[in-house]
Design a protein around this ligand. Structure first.
Ligand code: HEC
Length: 188
């Protein structure tokens, strides 16, 4: 009797899995590809940011970041075939980081979920929107980020921000908050 039940359950499970396997497999693959692009971006930007801080201090690093980050996004977009950008509800770069309607909605949800206790790094979301796969990964505020996104900014940072981003709204953050997100569109 037991054996029959187990067989029946096994058969049902197989059927349930077999049906959507194609789409589920594709979805997992495209999500894995998105995660790899995110890793590549973070893996390249963070060391360069840290090096710039170590070599020239946070004021100089702000200027370096103003050039490095956009260049890196353009390079990665060209090499990966994905559209790669960063967006925020409080954008610093007004030309690049203002979210569209979908991104805005996802960012608001990320912020709400972070406020409710989910760590920012665990917040990501991917789905097909108007026939294109889109993926967002939240970026949380770590101690190093406060230097340029916190409340108590050093004079050289303030000066560099005023020079590069006169309309900056990306300060005043506390530790752990969602600073923004890396936003990808699969254009391959
Ligand atoms: C040395 C100063 C500095 C530090 C430290 C720093 N940032 Fe930034 N951040 C900037 C600058 C400058 C920009 C604008 C870059 C651009 O033009 O794309 C920026 C932009 C961003 C953006 C893109 C959205 C926007 O508002 O333009 C995100 C997201 C972001 N930073 C997250 C972080 C996180 C997370 C950390 C910590 C791991 C961090 N930043 C640390 C200076 C800094």
């Amino acid at each position: 009797m037991h054996r029959i039940w187990i067989t029946a359950i096994a058969a049902t499970t197989t059927l349930a899995c077999a049906e959507p396997r194609g789409t589920a497999g594709d979805a997992a693959a495209v999500e894995a590809a998105a995660k790899a692009v995110v890793q590549q971006f973070v893996g390249q930007l963070k060391p360069q940011l840290q090096q710039a801080i170590a070599e020239g201090g946070p004021g100089r690093a702000t200027a370096v970041c103003a050039n490095i980050a956009p260049a890196l996004m353009d390079e990665l977009s060209a090499s990966s075939g994905w559209s790669v950008r960063r967006v925020s509800l409080q954008p610093r770069n007004r030309e690049r980081a203002v979210p569209d309607a979908w991104e805005q909605e996802v960012l608001e949800r990320f912020s709400a979920e972070q406020a409710a206790g989910t760590p920012a790094q665990a917040l990501n979301y991917g789905r097909k929107v108007d026939g294109q796969y889109r993926y967002m990964q939240a970026q949380g505020v770590e101690p190093v980020c406060l230097m340029c996104h916190g409340t108590d900014l050093a004079e050289p940072v303030k000066k560099a921000l005023a020079a590069y981003y006169p309309e900056d709204s990306a300060t005043g953050y506390s530790l752990g908050e969602v600073r923004g997100a890396i936003s990808l569109i699969d254009l391959r």
